[in-house]
Design a protein around this ligand. Structure first.
Ligand code: NDP
Length: 434
């Protein structure tokens, strides 16, 4: 805390991991001798830069850009870029720290990093977003590369932004280096199923949790927060597996649709028209209701899937979910559940999947996109989706097995943190003190 003042989310993320690692450190004195944990908490490199750009009215705007290259023991730094007004160094560091262990859990050769800017794309024209992305990449280009650091999307960064960023990287470097960014469009190096991967992967993970106890999504009532990339494809896959998503949200309110949110319509409203969930309710007519400033967690459900942003599900919301009979929570977003809420779930026997395991499908499929780029190949949707399902099953297995091994059955938080940390720690030991 003294070393990184004011970085509250980063402290929260580190504390959660450290709390789980006591038995690991006891079992492996070599980690302590080589200060592996201390080194893991210190990014290898942090880049902060000015992003000046000109808006449509001709005014000069200044934003701040970040890239935190946290840990490259397992492979090139890999993690998304977030464009949202709340972005600051503490947020980027929490996301980058989580990313190390998430990437490790996938079993793929990728290190951890994260970046972004306090730029808000909401309400900006395409031309403004393009000028911003070009300015942002003008600085970032010197710090990334296929073998160095491979950014992707996150909140506020989707296909449009990745396109402008990739275009500027290509212009600056004069290289068609497909593997430098993931989340690309299908005609210029992107992978089928990448757009769907985080949401689908979350549902595959929760399906594994259900199946481990002989259950399934069939007939379950589900609520999802958010209505962005992760939320839309979570809703689509839950529906396909027989569940009904009765509510989702954005930062202005929630939409309740008892017959089930229509993922295709939601994608049309959010991705194509860049509209709000209130627009979804209007188009859906009497069947769906929009409730301004309401919380999705007040809508009774069996399964809750937070897919919006950090710390969006607090102890009060957890108490309501428990009282309403919710028995599984799976994090699609990064760190959406506060530590108090996680404790309440644990005490009430609610099974809880942390984001670093449950939402790992996005980055895993990004690594599959890198594989396709490296081999100048493009796989079918079915092939990539099947690999994603396989990867999520193995992430689930790794977490569940590790939790059992440490005498903490069903504790996916401990399982994910221990399994994720151990793989990175062993690589760091092998590479020496660097
Ligand atoms: P999007 O920008 O596509 O969507 C974000 C959604 O969350 C929007 O509905 C947005 O509402 C809502 N939201 C964002 N910030 C807030 C806030 N402060 N308060 C209330 N609502 C908010 O982002 P993604 O779907 O890509 O990301 C969602 C989460 O999933 C993030 O935590 C991200 O880190 C995580 N994640 C994403 C991955 C990916 O592949 N995209 C991979 C792994 C994790 P509004 O439009 O009103 O702002």
């Amino acid at each position: 805390v003294r070393r990184n003042p004011g970085e509250n989310e980063f402290h929260q993320a580190v504390r959660e991991v450290i709390d789980c690692l006591e038995p690991v450190v006891d079992k492996h004195p070599e980690y302590t001798e080589a200060a592996v944990l201390e080194r893991t908490c210190e990014p290898e490199r942090q880049i902060i830069f000015r992003v000046p750009w000109v808006d449509d009215a001709g005014r000069v705007q200044i934003n701040r850009g970040f890239r935190v290259q946290f840990n490259s023991a397992l492979g090139p730094f890999k993690g998304g870029l977030r464009f949202h007004p709340t972005v600051n160094l503490g947020i980027v560091k929490f996301l980058g720290f989580e990313q190390i262990f998430k990437n490790s859990l996938t079993g793929m050769p990728i290190g951890g990093g994260k970046g972004g800017s306090d730029f808000d794309p909401k309400g900006r024209s395409d031309a403004e977003v393009m000028r911003f992305c070009q300015s942002f990449m003008s600085e970032l280009a010197g710090h990334i590369g296929e073998y160095v650091d491979v950014p992707a999307g996150d909140i506020g960064v989707g296909g449009r932004e990745i396109g402008y960023l990739f275009g500027q990287y290509k212009r600056i470097t004069k290289r068609y280096e497909s593997g430098v960014l993931t989340g690309k469009g299908l005609t210029w190096g992107g992978s089928l199923a990448r757009k769907e991967a985080t949401g689908y992967g979350l549902v595959y993970f929760v399906d594994e949790m259900l199946r481990a106890k002989g259950g399934s999504f069939d007939g379950k009532r589900v609520v999802v927060s958010g209505s962005g990339n992760v939320a839309i494809y979570t809703i689509e896959k839950v529906t396909e597996l027989g569940g009904t998503v009765v509510a989702c949200s954005d930062s202005s309110g929630i939409v309740v649709d008892e017959k089930g949110i229509d993922a295709t319509l939601l994608a049309q409203v959010k991705e194509k028209d860049r509209g709000r969930v209130s627009d979804y309710a209007t188009i859906r007519g009497g069947q769906a209701q929009f409730r301004a400033a309401a919380s999705v967690w007040d809508v009774p459900c069996d399964i809750a899937l937070p897919c919006a942003t950090q710390n969006e599900l607090d102890a009060g919301a957890a108490a309501t979910l428990i009282a309403n009979g919710c028995h599984i929570v799976g994090e699609g977003a990064n760190m959406p559940t506060t530590p108090d809420a996680i404790r309440l779930f644990r005490d009430a026997g609610v099974r809880f999947a942390p984001g670093k395991a449950a939402n790992a499908g996005g980055v895993a499929t990004s690594a599959l996109e890198m594989q396709q780029n490296a081999s100048r190949d493009s796989w079918t949707f079915e092939h990539t989706d099947a690999r994603l399902a396989q990867i999520m099953a193995s992430v689930h297995e790794r977490c569940a097995q590790t939790a059992d091994e440490y005498g903490l059955p069903d504790n996916y938080v401990a399982g994910a943190n221990i399994a994720g940390f151990t793989r990175v720690a062993d690589a760091m030991l092998a590479l020496g003190v660097i």
